[in-house]
Design a binder for this molecule. Sequence first.
Ligand code: G16
Length: 567
Amino acid sequence: MSTLPIEAIKNRSDRHPKPSDIKFQYGTAGFRTLGSTLSSVLFRVGVLAALRSKRLDGKIIGVMVTASHNPEPDNGVKLVDPRGEMLESSWEAHATALANAPNSDAFVAAVDELVKTAKIDLSKPARVVYARDTRPTGPELVAALKDGLEAMKAEYRDAGVTTTPVLHYLVRTVNTKGTKDSYGEDTEEGYLTKLSDAFKKLLAGKPTPPPLLIDCANGVGALMAEKFKSYLGDAFTINLVNADIHTPGALNSACGADFVKVNQKLPPSITLQPGQRACSLDGDADRIIYYYADERGQFHMLDGDKITALVASFIVELVKAAGLDEQIKVGVIQTAYANGSSTKYLSARLPVKCVPTGVKHLHHAAEQYDVGVYFEANGHGTVLFSPAAHELISSHNPSTPTQSTALVNLGNVIDVINQTVGDALSDAFLVESVLAHKSYSGVEWDSLYSDLPNRLVKVVVGDRNAFETEDAERRLVSPPGLQAKINELVGRYEGGRSFVRPSGTEDVVRVYAEAVARPQADGDIPSSCLLSVHSWFLSRLELAFRVAGLVYDEAGGDPLQRPKEFI
Ligand code: G16
């Protein structure tokens, strides 16, 4: 009977002391904070990943070291379960508990406790694959992770510097290798080949799409996009911008998907010609935001909601053309951030479900459909085909040439999609395939529906955990009284909708607001408004409305008609 290697864990743990003043939390996408403070967390995640693998009979577990869209000094780590999905939520609490043990003795005790409560058979093998993005703190954090893996005598594979979606792909392919569920070759080359082959097949016989400008956020997506170039050949041209992974401070700085989505404007480094289409990845290439310039050169954003509308409609059409619309039902998953217009457009056509922020929630909800299409408004998402849908598509006997073509296209759509997690480059290939099939430019795609004007702002608060939500984060239950004030404020605007939630990846609270109104000038809230947490917070909410152009500025009048408590 195997036992825990207590001495090895303790000795190595002493090299990675926990900072006494930080409380770590496994949040929306794992642990995320200043990279320089994360050594103890990475060591402990190494131990935890080994235990998770043992608990799952030696299946390979993934560990990704990244802080995605966060600023460069941040870093983070998340665990990937055997099918390439996010860590099972019940283990998030174990991760948080292990990360916060104050010292090595307490850590060993916590590990021992976990082994008992989770009934982990320590004689099982432990296998882990890990990767990191381009952040400067990455190498040091990976060294701490390896210390944890070695303390547990885990077998590990270093996938090097690569994107989050590639790591997810590797986990799934290793675990399904040689089985009937094989997901592909378990190498980066296997990934590049699988996606590019399917994409080229989808483009075959269609006019070659115009070259696509890709903003790589100066992150690891640049490396992968560069590799794709030779796999795509003449079938599709990608031109990379913000592909500088070496200049300190460049990562996610004034570029990338989050910049474009939040600011609703082009990165200053990009100029588009009228009619040109482009897209931005985030720092680890699991999110994508599209945009284009109209004939007057004006910028228009095509976010995750627009991707959902485009892709879901296309899949529904293919399923129907294949004669499978009775058997295969397509559903859509969104979060509270989905623009009200997108929800209206999609709900008229398909079942739509709203879940809390975080791909883990969307992913699980999408698994309930034969085909589940999910994209967060921020561009993070994918499409899941159930095993039954896979089976039907691959075994259905077409009775007409139209059905046959639709089935072939569905098979290629399945292969071009990285079903393990949101994957910016896979999503770009999917989008370009749909546009090519429908002969759409950005304008036609954009005209599926018109976004309600909206704004998303970050608010730094003393304790974001004081903000508790319900109803898929659409309502605050705490601090008491705040939701009533939000309701009162929102009620003043036609089609007004707003919600407030604590971020799971940054130490901030996010405020979203939308309404039916015309855009107009930005404005500031005077500092005299910042009287109390509530009024300060509501002033930011009002600012969100104002910046979104949801408040009319009548000449000479008080533009905000600010409630008394703000004055
Ligand atoms: C992560 C999650 C996303 C989430 C985003 C923002 O993205 O994977 O699902 O939408 O964080 O979350 P929050 O508003 O809680 O900070 P990424 O791309 O940063 O890994």
